[in-house]
Design a protein around this ligand. Structure first.
Ligand code: HAM
Length: 417
């Protein structure tokens, strides 16, 4: 039996990096004033249908099913729609600043950095259209990559303008696609449904056509242009380097105004987006809620870790075990001693099943622990335990049984590793 196609198991010790990445993100998001939002892993099909009638994610990649009550549900393919659904349902005061950690499901053709289940860390600010918020959300993500130690990351930004902008631009673009109907072939249908969908294609035979396509930036309304200008000024003020990417339109239908993507220079171009997001000023209304201009991002954990590997940063943390208890006499004190060590904040383990002395020492060595705490017959009689230093040449010593937890604790606090 193997995990389903395109889905990964994450085992220890690799999973320790996940804890690391998630903890850093959680701490950073909380420092920026965002609270954790947990939504169900499935939601109503309609919640996701709205995010992209013309996108592959919705048309071809959704894991949807009918439940026992006859409801059409889907495994979450992305994180923004459930957040907006929760906002519309609960109507919290705005700006509503939330972060999340969630698996997403897309039936893609699996390859390195592209999976059928991937995990995203994300953040959203619902109910405010201040460009300062756009800058804050980018700063949250940009600085997070810095905290992980990533440096080969490019920030691409663009503006998709308001409804008026996009309306005008769509017409111009569609006319341009029609003039290239032969080259577009079967994709012409998609171009008719949503002319923007063709723009960020990576097909090499379209490169020339794409490069010469009319640019959204030239059609921005005054208000959209002013908003985008403020975002750029805000990024400059914080020293965040960015590039304007005129063809960046992102893969969901909900995007409006500011959009951005973070590309790792250490990954293959086809899967180099380690994070992306943008404004979606109309989605709450489209879901039957009040007007609530909003912005957010999602960042894939698997890809982030691939980028860390490629840059040689954030290695798997070394084992954090402090003590390994070796019981040479089979006394009931082992469980009590372990409990004392663990309750005093030390990481401690043991072997099970009445292992021989040799096997227990071998297990202690493999465990990566700093000390072996040995309960021997003679020592037990004298009310002491022996301490062997597994990571250094220091000579073995004896410590009074009732003092061992405090003795180890003090040494750990003085020199944590
Ligand atoms: P997205 O660009 O589809 O946006 O995904 C965000 C990130 O998730 C990508 O940059 C990438 O790192 C990762 N990712 C996406 N698909 C896969 C996959 N198949 N395998 C591995 N990693 C993947 C969204 O999902 C939007 N909800 C982002 C957003 C939030 N926009 C506004 N707010």
């Amino acid at each position: 039996m193997r995990a389903p196609k395109g889905m990964l198991d994450v085992l220890p010790p690799e999973s320790a990096r996940w804890i690391d990445v998630i903890t850093r993100f959680a701490s950073r998001a909380e420092r920026f004033g965002y609270g954790l939002l947990l939504t169900p892993i499935v939601d109503h099909y309609e919640v996701f249908a709205r995010v992209g009638a013309t996108t592959d994610v919705v048309r071809k990649q959704m894991y949807d099913f009918v439940d026992r009550g006859g409801r059409r549900l889907a495994l979450r393919p992305e994180g923004t729609a459930p957040v907006v659904r929760a906002y519309v349902q609960h109507r919290p005061p705005t700006p509503w600043k939330v972060w999340y950690l969630a698996p997403n499901f897309r039936a893609e053709q699996p390859q390195a950095g592209r999976y059928r289940q991937h995990w995203q860390l994300g953040a959203e600010v619902i109910g405010i259209d201040d460009p300062d918020v756009d800058v804050e959300i980018i700063e949250l993500l940009w600085g997070f990559y810095g905290e992980l130690g990533l440096s080969d990351v490019r920030l691409l930004v663009n503006s998709m303008g308001d409804a008026e902008t996009r309306g005008r631009y769509r017409e111009v673009l569609l006319a341009y696609w029609r003039a290239h109907e032969t080259l577009l072939g079967a994709e012409m249908e998609r171009a008719e449904a949503n002319p923007l969908r063709i723009l960020d294609s990576k097909r090499s035979d379209w490169l020339d056509m794409l490069e010469r396509a009319p640019q959204l930036g030239e059609y921005l309304s005054d208000a959209s242009a002013a908003h985008f200008e403020r975002v750029q000024e805000g990024l400059q003020a914080l020293g965040i380097a960015f590039e304007i990417a005129p063809r960046l339109v992102r893969g969901f239908d909900y995007y409006t105004s500011t959009v951005f993507e973070l590309a790792s220079g250490a990954l293959d171009a086809a899967q180099n987006a380690i994070g992306g997001g943008g404004r979606y000023d109309r989605l709450a209304q489209e879901m039957g809620g009040p007007a609530a201009p909003s912005i957010g991002f999602g960042s894939g954990i698997e890809r982030l870790l691939l980028a860390c590997d490629a840059e040689g940063v954030l290695p798997v943390p070394a084992t954090q075990l402090d003590a390994f208890v070796i019981d040479l006499v089979g006394v009931a004190d082992t469980a009590r001693l372990l409990a004392e060590l663990r309750e005093s904040g030390l990481a401690a383990d043991r072997a099970y099943g009445g292992r021989s002395t040799k096997k227990q020492f071998a297990a202690a060595g493999r465990s990566g622990a700093r000390w072996a705490v040995i309960i021997g017959a003679d020592e037990a009689k004298r009310g002491v335990v022996a301490v062997k230093f597994l990571r250094s040449e220091q000579p073995q010593c004896e410590v009074r049984r009732e003092e061992i937890a405090a003795w180890l604790r003090t040494r750990k606090d003085e020199a944590p590793t």
